[in-house]
Every structure is written in structure tokens, then in C-alpha cells.
Design a binder for this molecule. Sequence first.
Ligand SMILES: Nc1ncnc2c1ncn2[C@@H]1O[C@H](COP(=O)(O)OP(=O)(O)OP(=O)(O)O)[C@@H](O)[C@H]1O
Ligand code: SF4
Ligand SMILES: [Mg+2]
Length: 329
Amino acid sequence: MEDHHILNVHELKTYFYTENGIVKAVDGISFQLGEREIVGLVGESGSGKTVTALSVLRLVPRPGRIVSGKVYLEGEDLLAKSEKEMARVRGRKVAIVFQDPSSSLDPLFTVGDQVQEIIMYHEGMPKKEAVERTTELFQRVGIPEPEKRIHMYPHEFSGGMRQRICIARALALSPKILFADEPTTNLDVTIQAQVLDLMRGLHNNLGMSMVIITHDMGIVADMAQRIVVLYAGNVCEAANTHDLFYSPKHPYTEALLEAVPRLDRHKKLGVIKGNIPNLIEPPSGCRFHPRCPYAKEICSQKVPELEKIDGNHYVACHRWRELALVGGA
Ligand SMILES: Nc1ncnc2c1ncn2[C@@H]1O[C@H](COP(=O)(O)OP(=O)(O)OP(=O)(O)O)[C@@H](O)[C@H]1O
Ligand code: SF4
Ligand SMILES: [Mg+2]
């Protein structure tokens, strides 16, 4: 099968084997990322966004385990690689930036050391050159006076600057794909906008593909060309950003958009009625059925398949043909 995507996640399942039972955090998720594309992964807390990203990088913590599926990166299945091979993929091919820049930087080392170390270790570069490269990276991510700043410690920076340092570190080995897991959630609005601008600039200038994970529909509307909506470990809808906002086909997407009346307005996801399902014993049939205003008998009996409804628009709902859903426009 010809695959022009840089990343193709197919039927990924990642479960956590806890004392209380098996948490089916990611339960058959599929999505694709094109060259130079930005895809947004959205969904409520606990829908499986972070576990999906960690699975692609093969960094799922215990008691989690990737149970099945394929993760093709440039045609090679990452799930079939040895740990040693995978260590060469991380950073070089795919890197990740997390929500909390404070906890992902080591307080005991200078920020420069934390980036140089990666370059020296993975590229066998002598220290002097690694320092130069680190300085360039700091410059690229908009850290003023990088020659001086590389010698400072994480606590000497603001939250926004720390996130820039994390981005510089993620870029150290020029990855093809950057996962950004709620990269601006902990930052105030002005700084948030600056970090997003930086990411947009990096995408334009470096030609990187990105997966942006967020709760903020405004951010994905601004940044992503495509959106994948997750609910309880499943994909419920995937479409080009414009189509998803103006012509949603899944009731859960509609509920998410109700919280964001305007495309241009940054807003957190509103609260959707009902509880997030238990992932140890998820609801039968369509997992959204206990909360769905359009649920019918079939919905609790049969799992809806993710089906292609036109060009690039996919939906998993028994009733998408009959429903006239309202977009967020
Ligand atoms: N270490 C773990 N042990 C047990 N369950 C876990 C573990 N890590 C994640 N999970 C479960 O996996 C599910 C998906 O979690 P995940 O962190 O991917 O959600 P998320 O969509 O990123 O949410 P958020 O928006 O809050 O970051 C959740 O139900 C969570 O409780
Ligand atoms: S399948 Fe049924 S319950 Fe699920 S989203 Fe569609 S209408 Fe709602
Ligand atoms: Mg998360």
C-alpha cells in the first residue's frame, strides 16, 4: 500500500494493567500526519491524547503497555523496532514537548548543558561545536542573549522561556515530527500567543510536521490543518479543520464546539454534560451513548466504525447521515 504520510498510526491499542482492572486508555486509534502538516489532537481530559503521543515515542510508563497496532514513521513500523533502534528514532525523527516545562528540565544542570548533552551524545559532536549549536538553537527559539543564557539554570527563567528551552531541546537533533502536548496550558495568554507564534514559525521555516495536543479549540483552529477528535480512547471524528468546525458530523464534536461559539476566540473546552466514561468497563456500543442527546437503541448495542464520509472526513457514529449538527462557526 502506497503511503505518503510521514506518520501513520493504525489501530493503536495501549492499556494500563492496574490492580483495579485493565484501563483501555487508547483503544484502536488511527490517524495520519502528512509531510509539513500540523494535526490537532483534541478531546476531554482522559480521552487518551497523551498516551497516544507516548505510544508513538514508545515511552508509555508502567503499568501501561502497547497491546497492538502499527505506528509507521516514513514507512517503518516503530512498534517492531528494538529498544536500541527506538533510541535512535527519539529526538532524531520524532520529539516531544510537554505541558510543564519546569518538571521536564533538570534543576541541577544549566539549560545549555541539557541541550548540549543530547547533541554530544547522539551526534558525537565535540563540546565546543555542541555549545555553538546550542547557542544557535536558543537563538532560533527566541531566547535573548543566548551566549549568556546557556550558562543559567532553569529556575532563572520564566515559564515561557523555560518552554522555549524545552522546544530548543526537542529540536536539538532536527526531528521530522514534533509532538507538542498542551505546550502552552500553563502559560498566561500573552506568553501563550508568543510560544504558539514560535511554533508556527518553526513549522514554516524548518518544514517540520507537528501534532498539537490541546483542550483549546481556538488553538487548533489557528494552528492545525487537520483535527482528530478523541473520546474515551477512540477516534470519533477526523477532518480538515474548516470542515470539522463548520460541518461537524459527530455529536461529541458538536458538543465540544458548543463551548466555542466563535472560531477566532480562544476558549477552553466547556463542560459537557455527564461523566467521562470509566475506561476499565467502557460503555457498550458507542462509548459516547450515555451522554449523547441523539442516542438510539442501536447506539448501545453496536460499536460504530470509523467511516470515510468524503475526501478527508471520517466519523464514527451510527446516525451521522440523519443528523443535522451545528458547527462552531
Ligand atoms: N500510569 C497510568 N496508570 C493507569 N492509568 C493511566 C496511566 N496513565 C494514564 N492512564 C489512563 O489513561 C487514560 C488516558 O490518559 P491520557 O493521559 O492519555 O489522557 P489525556 O487525553 O492526555 O488527558 P489530559 O487532557 O488530562 O491530559 C486516562 O483514563 C488515564 O487515567
Ligand atoms: S453512535 Fe449514537 S450515541 Fe454515538 S454519537 Fe452517534 S448518535 Fe450518539
Ligand atoms: Mg494529557
